[in-house]
Write a protein that binds this ligand. Structure first.
Ligand SMILES: Cc1cc2nc3c(=O)[nH]c(=O)nc-3n(C[C@H](O)[C@H](O)[C@H](O)COP(=O)(O)OP(=O)(O)OC[C@H]3O[C@@H](n4cnc5c(N)ncnc54)[C@H](O)[C@@H]3O)c2cc1C
Length: 429
């Protein structure tokens, strides 16, 4: 059975790996010269089951309004004359009720837990290197109200098996001594020992090489132009190679993993994906004084930043701007990141040497990705992973490979197109 995977980001590459393991003859297509060159390139590095609270939650509408005109706001809607952005925004508001928030947290915890253990198995099986650290994730709050508001979602996460412990400032500094300089400002924290961190880009590239060794074909520098349909099914994918020639590639099954660019490819087939790019920033700093840099992966709630130690570098990432597909760097937002890093960890690195990057998170209004069958019988979806594509990649990939093989996935999740064990209504993408 032949499968074509559309997109070689972290999601497409892990999907190719698990499809190959299921016995598929797999080809992966990407416009870039290698795997993991777009949103999976320089993300926050966290494998964070504990980061399961969606952006859409009961407190979000007030915060989003407050941040509407603020250039360095952690979550910034720049309203545009763009019907897709407005539809996304309306659905985001509908996802902010306590009931929807709880439902979405449960989806994220289930997918996250399954995904983290799948990653651990893959690591044990292959010995793949990617600057992995298994020191947990410490989420600290410098605002009392934010800390108080975090206790209920943390309780729901614990109820569904994510061991996110509530700790005080003393314990936070005991776990991560680099936080000592801001100890007096910490209102409270949580610690999830089982969470991890590592370089998603290095992982994607190394996994693509391991997959190629097992026979997966990667066609890079190849732009996907469209999908051909015959008799209600996909009959081929039209691509343009590096030589400029247009060709049609054929398979039995097609899997869409094009991140933020997924909706446009399938819109004309009646497959309606509510994915909008949420632009995020990262800064990578070469560490000058390791004793002043954190090695436990951190989340700074007030500034919505995450910190991961990747070998001799510190990656800091966060903020979200809903403003179309531009990946331009905004200097105000870049500087806001390094200013905060220097406040927390003075002397750790030279902020002037920071390497900045932006990426477009493929965000759904609920933060829950589309995984499963689409309306078109041989077109499958694994896309819309938003803030947590690295965390959720291995579990999503293993599940979609099972679904494409006609098996019931091991995961309790609201898959599209098939009934889930939780008895959720079917999503109809
Ligand atoms: C600042 C930031 C911080 C983040 N931090 C974390 C974190 O700490 N933990 C976490 O779990 N997640 C994090 N994420 C989210 C995570 O990075 C994304 O969810 C993930 O990278 C999405 O992967 P993807 O494979 O779906 O998309 P992508 O990596 O964008 O892959 C899609 C691929 O499709 C290809 N493509 C698109 N259109 C075409 C076309 N027409 N023809 C050919 N190829 C095409 C692209 O070249 C690309 O390679 C972060 C994201 C950002 C931006």
């Amino acid at each position: 059975m032949k499968a074509i995977v559309l997109g070689a980001g972290i999601v497409g590459t892990t999907s190719a790996w698990f499809l190959n393991k299921q016995g598929f003859d797999v080809t992966v297509i990407d416009r870039q010269p290698a795997a993991g060159m777009e949103t999976s390139f320089a993300n926050g590095g966290q494998i964070s089951v504990s980061h399961a609270e969606p952006w859409a939650n009961p407190g979000a509408p007030k915060k989003v309004l407050k941040w509407l005109m603020k250039e360095d706001a952690p979550l910034l809607f720049r309203l545009r004359a763009d019907a897709r952005q407005w539809r996304w925004g309306m659905q985001f508001l509908r996802e902010c009720t306590p009931e929807r928030t709880r439902h979405n947290i449960i989806q994220m915890v289930n997918l996250g837990t399954f995904s983290r253990s799948t990653l651990q198995e893959l690591r044990a099986e292959t010995g793949i290197e990617y600057n992995c650290l298994t020191k947990g994730i410490l989420h600290f709050y410098t605002n009392q109200q934010e800390f108080d508001d975090a206790l209920e979602p943390a309780e729901i996460m614990r109820e569904f098996g994510c061991d996110r412990k509530v700790i005080d400032a003393n314990e936070a500094v005991r776990l991560e001594p680099a936080l000592a300089t801001v100890k007096d400002k910490i209102a409270g924290a949580t610690y999830t020992e089982a969470d991890e961190s590592g370089d998603a880009h290095v992982f994607t590239q190394n996994l693509s090489k391991l997959a190629a060794d097992r026979g997966v074909q990667f066609r890079y520098n190849t732009t996907i132009l469209g999908l051909d349909v015959e008799g209600g099914q996909i009959s081929g994918v039209r691509v343009r190679g590096q030589d400029g020639q247009v060709q049609v590639l054929k398979a039995d099954k097609y899997l869409l993993c094009m991140g933020s660019y997924s909706p446009m490819l399938v819109k004309d087939l009646g497959v309606d994906l509510l994915i909008y790019p949420a632009k995020g920033y990262s800064a990578t700093l070469k560490i000058d004084d390791a004793s002043k840099a954190p090695s436990v992966s951190l989340t700074d709630d007030e500034y919505k930043l995450v910190f991961s130690r990747l070998g001799d570098k510190l990656r800091i990432a966060g903020t979200a701007e809903l403003n179309g597909y531009s990946t331009n760097l905004n200097d105000v937002r870049c500087k806001a990141i390094t200013r905060r890093v220097m406040e927390l960890f003075p002397g750790m690195a030279d902020p002037e040497q920071a390497v900045y990057w932006t990426g477009l998170r493929p965000a759904t209004p609920s933060n829950v990705p589309y995984i499963g069958l689409s309306k078109v019988p041989n077109l499958y979806l694994n896309t819309g992973h938003g803030t947590l594509g690295w965390t959720h990649s291995c579990g999503s990939a293993r599940s979609i490979a099972a679904i494409m093989s006609g098996q019931q996935p091991e995961l309790d999740f609201a898959f599209t197109g098939i009934s889930s064990k939780m008895g959720e209504p079917l999503a109809t993408a």
